[in-house]
Ligand binder design. Structure first.
Ligand code: ADP
Length: 576
């Protein structure tokens, strides 16, 4: 017996080692790298949050967007001016001819307020879309005064520029309030240097405010980063702005208002609402003095960044939880596998032990009888009965194993026939009566003779009963009592097998029906068994459309009850 205990202690140590090794491998191969990855990512997101990296990335992209928009706005003004310059009158045209050509330009180009040409020889010709003669006269006087003084210097400066256009922009007071206007002047490089002829066009402040700027702002927003010039935008923040699906709003405002009132706009795109720009960009010629501002509609870079950080933390949190869940599941499954492996090896050693003992006894008694040394008939009879009992035990065990293997392979079939179950139970008990009484058990039978016939598999039901009776005999120590009851409870047939033996702990009561499972009670370990009996009982009852239950208390005994329906057609296949 001490050998058995030692063997068990060694086995459980080996098991702990296997489990430890599996958990260690799992930890090193999966958990450690995954945890490191999550930790590094966590720190990374934290550093992004701390250094406001998302905000600065968004700001950089917005700055880039503004620089592209500014380029577009400026380019457009240059383009319109250059087109006008191409159809400008020449110094050889008469004043009337000049006026006619100016009228043509102004009618085709609603963005210009007036056009003029100054020639030191013939003076200035000004043509305007709206102004009256008096105003035109004043404008003409102003230009000719200016150009007569500075014309040659201006021409020289213009010749040096790659685009021979100079811009004079600013706010001027008008009766309706301050307006922003810009004027382009240009020279004619084909003329000789001593002929400082200067032409020019003025942009209409009303057109700029109502049409020119709003159109360009909308264009810039709708194109966002999709144009060719947007190539330089960093992928990540590009995605950020696009992904967040945040609409942008742009505005143009006087640059000198940057510090004082950056929210005093000249023009705003749709959806600006109110508030200050998130990022701004000062415009150069031709719209010097103005600045472009941008912001998100209904949110800020800070809010976007906060949401991104929150989302990242959330994802990391979910990942961690999933990983811990996975770890727990894997650990439990490893544990179950290890326990199952133990059950299997226990099973093999139990079964071989169980086979060996009756065989050895049969051989011993048969040999003794063969030698003819037994004198009394009574002794002989005792030996014969031992041989019979042991071979019965052997048959029962082999039947259990065969049934079990058929069930495992899904091949177990039942043969249901009309059966007088009361007679079946009585007969089965009769076979065991002698053995029961010889072991000193008090057998109490209560079999209701009125039970109607039912369709059952005789052999299977008898085997279930034998297993339950055997268990009652095996697991009783002090009080040797066996009770078998068969009765009808409405439409259910009940078969009860009770004992006053060692009983079963509550937490083990559901597990005893699992294959190979044996309880931890020392008496159980010192008793031979395969752990298959109850799993067979369960399978057989389920195949008959019934249930098996156990009521038990440690030290007080157990009661197993099979409930079989009287009416329901049973399951004819082996799969229960
Ligand atoms: P075996 O008896 O071969 O070990 P079983 O499947 O018949 O296998 O039973 C499983 C376990 O349930 C037993 O090992 C024992 O621990 C427990 N058990 C079964 N019947 C009884 C009973 N009548 N009293 C106490 N324990 C029992």
């Amino acid at each position: 017996m001490s050998g058995r205990i030692l063997h068990r202690a060694m086995k459980s140590k080996r098991e702990t080692n296997t489990r430890f090794r599996l958990v260690l491998t799992l930890g090193l191969a999966v958990i450690l790298p995954a945890l490191t990855l999550i930790y590094v990512n966590f720190q990374h997101v934290k550093s992004i949050q701390r250094d406001k990296k998302i905000e600065s990335l968004i700001h950089r992209d917005l700055q880039y967007l503004l620089s592209i928009s500014a380029k577009k706005i400026n380019g457009k003004a240059y383009k319109l001016t250059e087109e006008a310059r191409k159809s400008f009158p020449t110094d050889t045209d008469s004043d009337d001819e000049k006026r006619r050509k100016f009228d043509l330009i102004l009618s085709k180009s609603p963005w210009f307020a007036h056009a003029f040409l100054y020639d030191p020889k013939t003076g200035i010709v000004v043509q305007s879309r709206q102004a009256n003669d008096k105003e035109i006269g004043e404008v003409g006087k102003m230009y000719s005064g200016w150009f007569s003084l500075e014309g040659p210097i201006l021409c020289e400066q213009l010749r040096k520029k790659s685009k021979p256009i100079m811009w004079f922009a600013g706010e001027s007071d008008r009766p309706g309030g301050a307006v922003y206007a810009t004027t382009a002047i240009f020279s004619f490089p084909e003329l000789h240097l001593d002929r400082p002829v200067i032409g020019g066009v003025s942009f209409d402040p009303g057109y700029l405010k109502q049409t020119f700027f709003p159109q360009l702002l909308e264009e810039s927003i709708s194109q966002k980063f999709n144009d060719d010039e947007g190539e330089g935008v960093t992928e990540q923040s590009h995605e950020l702005i696009e992904h967040q699906d945040q609409r942008l709003a742009l505005m143009i405002f006087p640059a000198d208002a940057l510090k004082a009132e950056p929210d005093r706009p000249l023009v705003t795109s749709d959806g600006w609402g109110s508030g200050k720009p998130e990022v701004f960009y000062k415009l150069d010629d031709p719209f010097r003095g103005l600045a472009l501002g941008v912001k998100f509609q209904g949110t800020t870079a800070e809010a976007i960044s906060r949401r991104w950080v929150l989302q990242s933390f959330l994802i990391l949190g979910v990942l961690s939880v999933l990983m811990i869940g996975g770890l727990v599941l894997t650990y439990r499954s490893v544990n179950r596998q290890v326990a199952f492996a133990r059950l299997k090896s226990d099973f093999v050693s139990n079964v071989s032990h169980e086979l060996r003992t009756p065989l050895a006894l049969i051989r011993l008694y048969a040999e003794t009888l063969e030698l003819g040394r037994i004198g009394t008939e009574a002794k002989k009879h005792e030996y014969y009965s031992i041989i019979r009992k042991e071979s019965e035990r052997l048959t029962a065990l082999i039947n259990n194993i065969l049934d079990f293997s058929r069930i495992e392979a899904g091949r177990k079939e039942y043969d249901f026939r009309e059966t007088d179950i009361a007679e079946l139970v009585r007969n089965t008990l009769d076979t065991y009566r002698y053995q029961i009484e010889q072991q000193g058990f008090l057998l109490e039978e209560q079999i209701d003779p009125e039970i109607p016939k039912v369709r059952v598999d005789r052999e299977a039901i008898a085997r279930a009963l034998v297993n339950l009776v055997n268990n009652a005999l095996k697991y009783s120590d002090n009080e040797k009592f066996l009770g078998v009851r068969l009765y009808r409870d409405n439409a259910v047939l009940k078969l009860e097998v009770s004992d006053r033996g060692i009983g079963i702990e509550r937490n083990e009561q559901s597990r005893i029906f699992e294959k190979f499972y044996r309880t931890c009670d020392p008496l159980v370990h010192n008793t031979k068994g395969s752990g298959l009996g109850l799993s067979l009982v369960k399978h057989i009852t389920h195949a008959h459309g019934g249930e098996v239950e156990v009521e038990s208390a440690p030290g007080r005994g157990s009661k197993f009850t099979l409930s079989l329906p009287l009416t329901q057609q049973p399951n004819t296949t082996g799969v229960a």
